[in-house]
Design a protein around this ligand. Structure first.
Ligand SMILES: Cc1ncc(COP(=O)(O)O)c(C=O)c1O
Length: 462
């Protein structure tokens, strides 16, 4: 613990106070076992699932509730808080165009705040997955987040394609836990004539692997006629990205993880500017899309004419007027990120925290370099790639031995033991625990406590 205290002194969590960290009392946990009071914060290492609430969010939402109460529909054009810099609802999402692009490495015109992750992925595939009789395959991964898989699978159905033929699902080599970049490149090369789309996660939700997005995107584009899209659910706000410079075609993400915008928060999309310039599509003067009035020319939006003139840039992909409450929740969180120094400052602190976590885990007597074959004493291995360039904040632990009876299973017992003592991590059945220190609010003491209690948990079931 002494080292953790020293590290916290050297690299303090300067913005921890900007967040509501759940307490033993608020979580309904018994604090005596953990030698903490009801008011002590728990050790929240689950920002990869749902980020903590910024304290400023409550006020940001409250201001919009007041606007609704006081001026109702007029707030779309004449917000009561205009004098204090608040935006009328008609343009409520536009201030975010200053805050989001630097997080994903985009031009302002390439980013829009809208919808939710899966619905945006589906919408973007309508525009970007245009299979022909010869070029129709989608390259994805075998262990993709199920929502993504369902989207890919049903795109095949929409285009009358057999998913078994159209989907190329990459798997890690036997006895390896994550995909090798060279294997991805080879799969692209082997299938280049039939590939229409590559859609991978920036960071894999289960293993925490950060794909070499630049290399994969650039290689695919050399092969001609292949579109590259990324699901950035676990990458946005976690690692620095360069979507514009890498030439990524499209990307989408959610905002409730490392962006701390709240459960089910409004999501975001990236569309490279080369796809949104007028005349970029041969048949029409714009890329076909799932369209709606909010993507239409702002000045003529309320003329209610049957002419769709999309706004140039990613904003032209918006369909509906956005939820104001959602947008300001995201704004308040992005302001905290900006104040912290942006994504590079976050990544710097994130590496320190996660490297410390890795170090402590590897020192544990329960740590194994790889999962043993057959029956073994309780222990764990780390699924996440060891090198910094291949991972973000999260480390994924595979616990063993696995038992089909939950009461006897190592992961279930460890997870419960940790949870009861206020170590909030997340479980992925059947046997994985994911731990993700968030650089905005986690401390080195959080990391120390998590590994200490993990060891204690494993000790208790020997
Ligand atoms: C990688 C990935 N893709 C898709 C989703 C689904 O997100 P949503 O429910 O916001 O559409 C998630 C949710 O956690 C995810 O982690």
């Amino acid at each position: 613990m002494e080292r953790a205290l020293k590290l916290d002194h050297q690299y303090p969590a300067t913005h921890r106070d900007a967040f509501c960290i759940p307490t033993y009392g608020s979580m309904g946990l018994r604090s005596d076992g953990a030698k903490a009071s009801d008011y002590s914060p728990v050790t929240y290492l689950c920002g990869n699932s749902l980020g903590c609430m910024p304290k400023s969010t409550r006020n940001a939402i409250s201001q919009e509730l007041d606007a609704w109460a006081d001026r109702a529909v007029e707030s779309h054009f004449r917000h009561r808080g205009e004098q204090q810099g608040l935006t009328s609802w008609m343009d409520i999402d536009l201030p975010l165009s200053n805050l989001l692009p630097s997080l994903v490495g985009a031009l302002e015109s390439e980013v829009a705040v809208m919808g939710s992750l899966t619905s945006n992925l589906n919408a973007l595939m309508v525009s970007f997955y245009r299979p022909t009789s010869t070029k129709f395959k989608i390259l994805c991964e075998k262990g993709a987040f199920p929502s993504d898989f369902y989207a890919f699978y049903n795109q095949c159905a929409i285009h009358n394609l057999d998913p078994d033929e159209a989907l190329i699902r990459l798997e890690a080599r036997e006895s390896e836990t994550f995909l090798r970049t060279d294997d991805i490149i080879k799969a692209i090369s082997d299938n280049k004539d039939e590939l229409a789309l590559i859609c991978l996660p920036g960071i894999q939700y289960y293993t925490g692997q950060w794909f070499d997005m630049e290399k994969i995107t650039k290689f695919a584009h050399q092969c001609k006629g292949i579109v590259v899209g990324w699901d950035l659910a676990h990458a946005v706000g976690n690692v620095p990205l360069g979507l514009h410079d890498w030439g990524v075609d499209f990307a989408c993400w959610c905002s409730y993880k490392y962006l701390n915008a709240g459960p089910g928060a409004i999501a975001g999309i990236f569309v490279h500017e080369r796809h949104t310039q007028v005349g970029s599509s041969e048949k029409q003067s714009y890329l076909p899309r799932l369209a709606g009035w909010w993507g239409n020319n702002r000045e003529r939006r309320f003329q209610m004419k049957e002419i769709f003139e999309p706004i140039s840039g990613a904003l032209g992909f918006r369909q509906s007027n956005p939820s104001v409450i959602d947008v300001v929740a995201l704004r308040s969180s992005l302001e905290v990120i900006k104040d912290f120094g942006g994504i590079n400052a976050m990544r710097e602190r994130s590496l320190l925290l996660t490297n410390y976590l890795m170090e402590l885990l590897m020192e544990s007597r329960f740590y194994h370099k790889s999962a043993p074959n057959g029956v073994s004493a309780p222990g764990f291995t780390i699924l996440t790639p060891p090198e910094e360039k291949d991972r973000g904040a999260q480390l994924s632990l595979l616990l063993f031995p696995h038992h089909s009876d939950r009461k006897l299973d190592t992961m279930e017992r460890v997870f419960e033991y940790m949870n009861e003592r206020g170590i909030i991590v997340d479980e992925r059945r059947p046997n994985v625990i994911r731990i993700a220190p968030a650089p905005l609010y986690n401390t080195f003491q959080d990391v120390f406590r998590a590994v200490d209690i993990l060891d204690e948990a494993l000790e208790s079931i020997i």
